[in-house]
Design a protein around this ligand. Structure first.
Ligand SMILES: Cc1cc2nc3c(=O)[nH]c(=O)nc-3n(C[C@H](O)[C@H](O)[C@H](O)COP(=O)(O)O)c2cc1C
Length: 377
């Protein structure tokens, strides 16, 4: 992996057909707003243990969440979070094969600072750093920085300019000037470059039309987690086909990824019971309601029955992802369906990654290898 090409990076340095990642390990409780005592701590020692275990198991990537402020509730869901580029740097230094992303809010970082932080991470990891670019999302977080969010679609115009600065800093050998709408930069000099003359894999997870168009023009990978992808694999297949079709219409190929929660147990019954126990019976309803409020769904503007359905649904899907809940056979089959539908990779969350990954590694990964979707670890 001394000199990775762009296609090596896109393949995450291996031959897996279906790439599997761990999603949200840098945030307390990860993606399950639950009160169960075994919920994920997101401490550095737990993150490090997970990264080493995942690396040895042949897991392809770790995708953190860029989160600055918790959602409150009894557990202060996402109240404790590790900053993602420094987190990635530490994990890259301790692992050999796994790709680790940083999730970066474009409006909060000067692009030349971000470019150098990311190049540092990439050099530490020998070309295994990836960028998940976020154009802007939670109002409360931006307020905390004294940064006003731009009008929705303009966020992506800004993000495109921000990314252009970064791409030039990563690629241009000579000093350059940049004369943009927001950035007017003189005699920019940026060394070293990313490893191997290529650049980090770039992905985006916008759900709006503007977000999707931005990803198609500027990114290698697009994460989709909206609408039907949360409840049905047919829905996921349809979204993938739409996105790939749209990309092709502008002459681009884009890899499509999705997200989900895994609860894998020897039997369907055990998995479903734990899912209900962790996600619903022990939901942190205060945090769930705060997240719904950010989507403008409140008790005040929604009738009680509808509100109850919405909050239960949101807790059940682990705040937005397909529930892979069941036995190893069932989960391997569902992941295979997603792969056959054209999904290049899936970022998965577990209630407690370190406690639950060994069973997934020992039971699900070998099944996927036998199906030809992954290389045996
Ligand atoms: C897989 C995935 C990861 C995301 N990660 C983050 C994140 O870490 N931080 C954040 O503020 N937003 C995150 N988002 C939100 C998106 O970047 C985007 O802001 C959101 O989907 C709204 O889309 P829009 O900007 O097109 O309206 C994520 C979304 C998805 C589906």
């Amino acid at each position: 992996m001394t000199s990775p090409s762009m296609s090596d990076r896109i393949a995450m340095h291996n031959a897996n057909v279906l790439q599997i990642g761990m999603f949200g390990a840098n945030c307390s409780s990860s993606r399950t707003a639950t009160r169960v005592p075994e919920r994920w701590s997101a401490s550095w020692s737990d993150c490090l243990a997970l990264a080493k275990m995942a690396d040895e198991a042949g897991i392809d990537f770790m995708l953190p969440i860029g989160r600055w402020k918790g959602y409150g509730g009894e557990t202060d869901f996402h109240g404790t979070t590790l900053e993602t580029i420094t987190w990635a740097s530490g994990l890259l230094g301790a692992t050999k094969c796994i790709t680790v992303f940083g999730t970066v809010h474009a409006p909060l970082f000067h692009p030349l600072v971000a470019a150098k932080q990311m190049v540092t991470a990439d050099n530490i990891g020998g070309g295994r750093f990836g960028l998940n670019i976020v154009a802007g999302w939670n109002e409360g977080e931006f307020e905390m920085f004294g940064v006003e969010q731009r009008e929705h679609d303009e966020r992506y115009v800004f993000a495109e300019e921000w990314l252009n600065v970064i791409k030039r800093a990563w690629s241009q050998a000579d000093d350059f000037d940049f004369d943009g709408r927001w950035f007017k930069l003189e005699r920019v000099r940026a060394k070293p470059k990313p490893v191997g003359g290529s650049r980090p894999l770039i992905m985006n997870a916008g759900s709006s039309g503007a977000g999707q168009r931005f990803a198609m023009r500027n990114c290698d990978a697009f994460f989709t987690a909206s609408g039907a992808t949360r409840t049905s694999l047919e829905g996921m297949a349809q979204r993938v086909a739409e996105i790939k079709g749209e990309a092709r219409s502008i002459g681009r190929e884009i890899n499509v990824y999705s997200i989900g929660q895994v609860i894998c147990r020897p039997t369907k019954k055990e998995a479903e019971e734990y899912h209900r126990y962790a996600n619903v019976e022990n939901a942190d309803w205060g945090a769930v309601e705060r997240m719904l409020e950010l989507r403008d769904i409140t008790r005040a503007n929604t009738n009680p029955e509808e509100f109850e359905t919405r909050r239960r649904y949101f807790a059940t899907i682990a705040i937005g992802g397909y529930p892979f809940v069941g036995s190893p056979d069932h989960i391997a089959e569902e992941l295979a369906i997603a792969s056959r539908a054209g999904v290049r990779g899936i970022a998965l969350s577990l209630v407690n990654f370190v406690a639950e990954l060994p069973y997934f590694r020992d039971e699900v990964l070998p099944r996927l290898a036998r199906m030809g979707l992954r290389v045996a670890a």
